[in-house]
Design a protein around this ligand. Structure first.
Ligand SMILES: Cc1ncc(COP(=O)(O)O)c(C=O)c1O
Length: 385
């Protein structure tokens, strides 16, 4: 068979390449400290599980309106208002199978072949492939020289704008660096977007997961941004619901009209009973209690991880949100390093090349402190650190 060039041009998602390898090696009976997966090691809250069962018992197993049931879209609008001061109504919202599909639909709706999309490195591993699948080209703005901060890179960002720029993509708190872009960085990005009349996708999927008192204003609340921002969020991380596959976009209606076509022709709708569980999550869960608990655990692990690296002479910018740590390694091939680390050290990590920052690896803080200590020891003993 012959395959499309734009599909052949992309690689499978790197975190899954490593986590598939981890599963394979575990099946051989090996113990792996698996820091490769991007999902909290926290159970889905019981009220959401119960609501899922109730929805199934009530027979909510049919198709729904393509963009999502009205009650869910109203819940999403209410949640965005309460938590992020964002004023959207139900027609601004599409409920998608995971935030990932909201990203995909957005890119399909905006990017033509030959268009350029500005991404900020380290960038989440699926952004560039999604742009390539639409026939576009990702233009990288690197924040690695600035300890992953965006503000010092704003001039580089402005210099990356061209007549072909169709979209800017932003993710804060960032997967993989855990950095939270400052209000000044958001303000600077706002100025560039307004001056050059650019749409911006703001992926705020980790916005509830902040360490200490870190805060972030939602990009669409900045002056002149509501009409040009596509806000992406979802229940995967905040509510520990990765396997439900439920996310959403909130955007001006001209965008939801176009993206909605991609949505209806590709997935029809998010699963019916999952949408009902989403209503329960957004309306009846104490988000502060849930995320405070989660972040307390992640914070202790982050502090430990950063300290263990420092003891070994590796300094990293301390993550401010999400649950990842990105650190430099001494290897010319970080994919090979990560594959070898699974087999030879029994530790799962994701290569930096997947995030546009070769020479680094990402660790997810999704194992206990004891297991993190064990993982670092194994890496050291096997000569990886
Ligand atoms: C930056 C970022 N955006 C979006 C997503 C999509 O998550 P989901 O499709 O589970 O909602 C992820 C998942 O890892 C992510 O890290």
């Amino acid at each position: 068979m012959e395959f499309a060039e734009r599909v052949q041009a992309v690689e499978p998602a790197a975190p899954f390449v490593i986590s598939n390898l981890v599963t394979e090696v575990e099946a051989e009976g090996e113990d792996i400290v698996d820091l490769s997966v991007g999902q909290p090691d926290v159970d889905t809250p019981q009220n959401i599980i119960d609501a899922t069962k109730d929805a199934l018992d009530a027979g909510h197993t049919t198709y729904t309106p393509s963009n999502g049931i009205m009650e869910l879209r109203e819940s999403i609008a209410g949640y965005l208002q309460d938590r992020f001061d964002l004023e959207y109504s139900s027609e601004n919202i599409i409920a998608t199978p995971g935030g990932k599909h909201a990203l995909y639909e957005t890119i399909q709706a905006i990017v033509d072949p030959g268009d350029e999309v500005i991404v900020i490195d380290p960038v989440w591993s699926s952004y560039e492939p999604m742009v390539q699948l639409a026939g576009g080209e990702a233009i990288h703005v690197d924040t690695a020289p600035y300890d992953f901060a965006l503000e010092p890179a704003l001039d580089d960002l402005e210099a990356a704008v061209s007549d072909d720029t169709a979209l800017v993509m932003l993710n804060s708190p960032s997967n993989p660096s855990g950095m939270v872009f400052s209000e000044a960085a958001f303000g600077g990005l706002r100025d560039i977007a307004v001056e050059y009349d650019l749409p911006v996708l703001s992926d705020e999927i980790y916005a509830e997961l902040m360490y200490e008192d870190n805060e972030q204003r939602s990009l669409a609340t900045f002056d002149g941004m509501m009409e040009r921002t596509i806000t992406i969020n979802g229940v995967s991380k905040t509510f520990s619901m990765t396997g439900y596959r439920l996310g959403f976009m909130a955007a001006p209606t001209d965008h939801t009209t176009q993206a909605g076509k991609v949505h209806s022709h590709s997935v029809s709708c998010a699963s019916n009973f999952v949408q009902r569980a989403g209503i329960e999550a957004l309306e009846n869960t104490d988000v502060d209690a849930l995320t405070d608990d989660m972040m307390e655990t992640f914070e202790a692990r982050r502090d430990l991880f950063v300290e263990l690296l420092e003891e070994r002479g590796i300094d990293v910018p301390v993550p401010e949100g999400a649950f990842y740590v990105m650190f430099p390694i001494e290897s010319d091939d970080d994919m090979q390093y990560c594959k070898d680390a699974v087999r030879e050290a029994g530790v799962g990590l994701v290569p930096g090349q997947a995030f546009g920052t070769p020479g680094y690896v990402r660790a997810s803080l999704v194992e206990t402190e004891d297991r993190i200590r064990e993982g670092i020891k194994r890496l050291e003993d096997a000569g990886f650190l």
